[in-house]
Ligand binder design. Structure first.
Ligand code: NAP
Length: 249
């Protein structure tokens, strides 16, 4: 019989890309809601360590779980080992993502490939090894994937990114229907422009003029939405896509 919760009796969740930006805020939010958070990241161990420190200082529970979500074997090995040692996950936030922007006419295959491998293959690489143990918990569960306004309406200079984010919407909605009878929900969050490293090089003031609410979003605002979807009250919501974009869509 697998252990349902960690030593402290907390439900276990994984947040990919939890070292910075939206993932960092999501990890803090979920830890604040009493969940035990595995903090995934690719390379920025210092930033991930700071998130861990913040969670622990606030009385929460978390640990680092580094691997590259684009690497199928590395993801499977890390998740299998973690589940073997600590027990199954009750929830997952598939947040890790990258951009490699440019018009299609000059896009290198490597730019297409790296974005699809990380943003879309990451869905399979992380959820496939994680799902059956989650089902066997017989305790429901929560899955949230991080899409984008670019995946909903498309964005010039981002055919690779828009394809990956639209793909996530299809994958999440299909998975939601596969796991609904197990009481597991799966939803997509589609942010607009959120002030993180990812868009740090863009002209914020110019962008704000194109957003009906006239400002960029904050990572904490996205995290609050994910927190609600992970809550008891969010339990009847599944197979949905939630725009959080200041009115862009
Ligand atoms: P960010 O500030 O650039 O942070 C990206 C995070 O993902 C980091 O923790 C990074 O880890 C991790 N990561 C990247 N590639 C990874 C890989 N192969 N394996 C594991 N972890 C990886 O990005 P963000 O703005 O918070 O974006 C988070 C998600 O929201 C992304 O999926 C993004 O597409 C989506 N989104 C963002 C915006 C926006 O305006 N910011 C809008 C819509 C959607 P390291 O620290 O180790 O590099």
């Amino acid at each position: 019989m697998p252990r349902m919760k960690n030593e402290g009796g907390k439900k276990r969740v994984i947040v990919t890309g939890a070292s910075r930006g939206i993932g960092r805020s999501v990890a803090l939010e979920l830890a604040g809601r009493g969940l035990d958070v595995a903090l995934n990241f690719r390379s920025n161990e210092q930033a991930a360590g700071e998130v861990l420190g913040e969670i622990e200082a606030a009385g929460g529970s978390a640990h680092l779980l580094p691997f590259d979500v684009a690497d199928e074997q590395a993801a499977r090995a890390a998740i299998d080992e973690e589940i073997e040692r600590q027990g199954p996950f009750w929830g997952a936030v598939l947040n890790a993502g990258i951009t490699a922007d440019g018009p299609l006419v000059s896009m290198k295959h490597a730019e297409w490939d790296s974005v699809l491998r990380t943003n879309l293959d990451g869905f399979y690489n992380v959820l496939q090894p994680l799902l059956m143990p989650m089902v066997r918990l017989r305790d429901g569960g929560r899955i949230v994937t991080m899409s984008s306004v670019s995946g909903v309406v498309g964005n010039r200079g981002q055919v690779n990114y828009s394809a990956s984010k639209a793909g996530l919407i299809g994958a999440t909605r299909a998975l939601a229907r596969e796991v609904a009878k197990r009481g597991i929900t799966a939803n997509c969050v589609a942010p607009g422009f959120i002030a993180t490293d990812m868009i740090a090089d863009l002209p914020a003031a110019e962008i704000a003029k194109q957003i009906p609410l006239r400002r960029l979003g904050r990572p904490e605002e996205v995290a609050a939405l994910v927190g609600f979807l992970f809550s008891e009250d969010g339990g009847y919501i599944t197979a949905q896509v939630f725009g959080i974009d200041g009115g862009m869509t």
